[in-house]
Design a protein around this ligand. Structure first.
Ligand code: NDP
Ligand code: X2W
Length: 312
C-alpha cells in the first residue's frame, strides 16, 4: 500500500530537493497544497494529520508550530530544522553515527535530521570518542565551509543577486554561539563545547568540515592509522559513508557547479612526524546534510532499502 507524504515548506530549498529525490517513487503519494494555501493554518492542519509521513522543511519556529498542529498519532514526522535535534523525545536522524541508531530511526515516530555541519563533525568524532581513540574531554575546533544554499532562499538570493553578489568568502558565527554547537557536543558525548568556525564560499552546494587534532599533546589519543581503521570498521557496511584509506589526496575541491550527492566522505590525514592529524569530512549540505538525509530516514522508517532515490 502506498504511503502519503506531506512536505511542509515544499517550495523552499530543502523541500524542493526532497520532492526531486521522491519523484517517480511508486511507494509514496505526495500531498500538496496550492501556493495560496501553503501557509494557511487550516489547510496545513488537514495535510499534516492526513499524511502517513510529514517532512518539515521550515524555519525552527514554524517547525515547532507544525508539530503542535499534528495531533494524529499515525503521522510520523521528519524535521529538517534545528528545533528538535537535542530533544530526547526525538530520534536523531543520523543512522550511521552510532550502533543501534538505524533501528531507533526505523521504530521512531519523531525523527530530527542532523544539521549539515554536525553531520561532518559527528561522522568523524562520535565513533572515535566512543572507541576511546580521542578524548571526550578536549576543546575540539571545527573549521568548515559551506555552499551558499546552506543558508536557504535568503542566502541564495544574497549571493546570486542581492548585496552579496560580489562575496567570494564569508566567515560568520562570530559570536561563537552557532546553533549547531549544542548538537555537536551532545551527540559526540563531549565534556566541552567545540569552537566552531563556519564559512560560506561562492559555490551553490558542497561542504568541507575539518577538525585539526594536535595528537602529541592530547591525552589518550591514538595514531592516525588506528583512527582510520576504526572508522573504516565502523562504516564498513554503510552504502552512504566512505572512509578513504588510500594515499592522502593533494587537494579536496568544492566546485562552483558541484553535482548533488548524498554521500559522506571521510578522511584521516596524519603529519609525517605523527604529531598532528586533520580529520576531514566532505558532503553536500543539501544532500547528506539535509534532503538526502531526510529521504534516507524516510526509507528507513518505511522499512525500505535506505538508498532508494539517493545520489551515491
Ligand atoms: N539549506 C540547507 O542546506 C539546510 C537546511 N536545513 C534546514 O531546513 C529547513 C528549511 O531550510 P531551507 O529549505 O534552506 O530554507 P528556505 O528558506 O529555502 O525554505 C523555507 C521554506 O519554508 C517556507 N515557510 C516559512 N514559514 C512557513 C510556514 N509557517 N508554513 C509553510 N511554509 C513556511 C518558506 O516560505 P517562503 O518561500 O514564503 O519564504 C520557504 O519556502 C530550515 O530549518 C533549515 O535550517 C537543514 C540542513 C541544511
Ligand atoms: C551556510 C549556512 O548559513 N548554513 C546554515 C546551516 C544550515 C543547516 O544545517 O541548517 P539548520 O539550520 O537546519 O541547522 C547556518 O549556518 O545557519
Amino acid at each position: 500500500m502506498t504511503k502519503s507524504i506531506f512536505i511542509d515548506g515544499a517550495s523552499g530549498t530543502t523541500g524542493l530537493e526532497i520532492a526531486d529525490r521522491l519523484a517517480g517513487r511508486a511507494e509514496f503519494t505526495l500531498i500538496t497544497l496550492d501556493d495560496d494555501k501553503r501557509k494557511d493554518p487550516a489547510a496545513k492542519r488537514e495535510a499534516l494529520n492526513d499524511a502517513d509521513f510529514v517532512i518539515l522543511c521550515l524555519p525552527d519556529d514554524a517547525a515547532k508550530e507544525a508539530v503542535a498542529m499534528t495531533t494524529s498519532s499515525h503521522t510520523r514526522i521528519i524535521d529538517a530544522s534545528t528545533a528538535h535535534r537535542v530533544n530526547p523525545n526525538w530520534a536523531y536522524g543520523f543512522p550511521e553515527y552510532r550502533t543501534g541508531q538505524h533501528e531507533r530511526i526505523a521504530n521512531a515516530r519523531l525523527v530530527s535530521n542532523p544539521g549539515c555541519y554536525p553531520t561532518g563533525f559527528l561522522g568523524l568524532v562520535a565513533p572515535l570518542v566512543a572507541a576511546g581513540l580521542i578524548p571526550a574531554d578536549w576543546p575540539y575546533s571545527v573549521n568548515a565551509v559551506s555552499g551558499y544554499s546552506g543558508g536557504g532562499k535568503a542566502l541564495i538570493e544574497r549571493f546570486e543577486g542581492g548585496d552579496g553578489a560580489d562575496i567570494g568568502f564569508r566567515t560568520y558565527g562570530l559570536d561563537l554561539n552557532h546553533k549547531h554547537v549544542a548538537e555537536m557536543q551532545q551527540h559526540a558525548g563531549l565534556g566541552l563545547a567545540p569552537i566552531f568556525s563556519p564559512a560560506v564560499v561562492r559555490a551553490f552546494r558542497g561542504m568541507v568540515v575539518e577538525i585539526p587534532l594536535p595528537i602529541s599533546v592530547m591525552p589518550g589519543s591514538d595514531d592516525p592509522d588506528e583512527m582510520r581503521a576504526a572508522l573504516s570498521l565502523h562504516y564498513a557496511k554503510s552504502p552512504v559513508v566512505k572512509v578513504h584509506e588510500d594515499a592522502p589526496p593533494a587537494e579536496l575541491l568544492i566546485r562552483a557547479d558541484q553535482a548533488p550527492s548524498d554521500r559522506l566522505d571521510l578522511y584521516v590525514l596524519g603529519s609525517p612526524d605523527g604529531a598532528q592529524v586533520r580529520l576531514l569530512a566532505m558532503l553536500d549540505n543539501l544532500g547528506k546534510g539535509a534532503s538526502g538525509a531526510a529521504v534516507q530516514n524516510l526509507n528507513i522508517m518505511a522499512g525500505l532499502d535506505e538508498t532508494i532515490g539517493l545520489r551515491l
